[in-house]
Write a protein that binds this ligand. Structure first.
Ligand code: GLA
Length: 393
């Protein structure tokens, strides 16, 4: 794999002589992520429970003697090489995917990490695009990690996650929370990350899924956060919080438990915003319980909470849609399924299911058939492993 990527790099960028200070060709990897539970809680002061995957994004990089950034993706070969100067980095719709690495370099500059030299970078990702497994955050964290390594910046990985979130919020214009960038930057093999998004305290919880597999199913319905209703949901939660603040001394929805929410909810004037807030509060509590269940080896309860999470995302948060609901409902009917729910922002993308390892094949077959019959095109399935954060390879 590494050799193929390096060859492609040479083909795209040419075999330039190594100029003083440009150093050698280097290769890096950063994972994608899947969120097990805790959806749409990260911008509501709640908890999330994601893990990094072994699929992700690879990059081949070489410094160049100019002050030019040149990006190429093997996943978007038709777009060709996108060039940009280091100064004057600006969002350009035509640059498509390359806005993500540009965003991170812009954000690093904003935070005072000045890059004195240009870079040629080739990317290759094996995360399905627009599937809700954070292919974009994977590119962001990978780019930030490369810059950190190559230019010897000494910020830590939590800071890297924050810089990448800042890049996405300010440069790309998607008001995302910290979950994706954090899960990717801080991933640890065999563990999921129980993260409190109010203060970024976190705990690694071993994913003790003996005899079980994590199966991801992609609806293949294309989506992107930018054109989704993501920012709209955020606003609805903010409106609900403002109403609640007239009676409760809270800074975020995550500070309330279910009883408190029920006691105060009538102060939320708009019934739609009330439903959104209900999801945020209950989902946060479910996430806390789910991690507890996992610690107690109670995978049945963990699965039940996953299912309840989907129902809440479907009925109260309204971010599922026909394709995700069809996949999840088909999964719930199968033998050997502990839990199944949509994962990520929603509106398309993927589901995540915990399935008895002996019944995975049958699961894929049955759910795949039912999905195609109802939706009219195929879903893709991935049996995934829990991977680690970014690394030099
Ligand atoms: C996207 C965002 C995350 C998070 C999820 C929903 O993945 O990038 O910050 O809000 O949606 O849980």
């Amino acid at each position: 794999m590494k050799e193929q990527l390096v060859n492609k790099f040479k083909e795209v960028f040419g075999e330039q002589e190594t100029v003083i200070d440009s150093g050698d060709i280097q290769t890096f990897f950063a994972p994608g992520r899947v969120n097990l539970i805790g959806e749409h809680t990260d911008y509501n002061g709640g908890h999330v429970f994601p893990c990094a995957l072994t699929i992700g994004t690879y990059a081949v990089i070489k410094k160049n003697p100019d002050k030019l950034l040149r990006f190429y993706s093997m996943n978007f070969q038709q777009i060709g090489v996108i060039s940009s100067t280091i100064e004057n980095l600006q969002y350009d719709k035509g640059d498509d995917w390359a806005n993500y690495p540009k965003a991170v370099i812009w954000a690093l500059e904003q935070k005072g990490y000045k890059i004195q030299q240009g870079m040629d970078i080739l990317y290759y990702g094996n995360i399905p695009n627009q599937s809700g497994l954070s292919s974009s955050a994977s590119i962001e964290v990978l780019t930030g990690y490369i810059v950190k390594e190559l230019f010897h910046f000494n910020f830590d990985m939590v800071e890297l996650a924050k810089i990448c979130q800042y890049a996405e919020n300010q440069f790309i214009g998607v008001n995302c929370g910290i979950m994706d960038q954090f899960a990717i930057a801080m991933g640890k093999k065999g563990y999921a990350i129980f993260l409190d998004t109010t203060n970024l305290t976190y705990e690694y919880a071993p994913l003790k899924l003996k005899g079980m597999k994590i199966v991801i199913a992609n609806t293949n319905k294309k989506r992107g956060l930018g054109d989704s209703k993501y920012n709209e949901r955020r606003k609805e939660c903010e409106t609900a919080l403002l109403d609640l603040q007239s009676v409760a001394n809270i800074q975020s929805l995550g500070e309330l438990n279910e009883e408190e929410f029920e006691a105060y909810k009538s102060t939320i004037k708009d019934p739609i915003c009330r439903k959104r807030a209900k999801h945020a509060v209950y989902e946060n509590q479910r996430t806390i319980q789910a991690v507890e269940a996992l610690k107690n080896n109670d995978i049945y309860l963990f699965g039940q909470l996953m299912n309840a999470s989907h129902i809440s995302l479907r009925d109260d948060y309204e971010v599922t849609g026909y394709e995700l609901d069809t996949l999840v409902e088909a999964a719930w009917k199968q033998k050997g399924v502990f839990g199944s729910r949509m994962t990520g922002a929603g509106f398309g993308g993927c589901t995540v299911s915990v399935v008895d390892e002996n019944l995975v094949e049958r699961f894929i077959d049955e759910v795949g058939k039912e999905y195609e019959k109802k939706v009219g095109y195929k879903a893709d399935f991935y049996v995934v492993d829990v991977g680690k954060g970014p690394e030099r390879i």
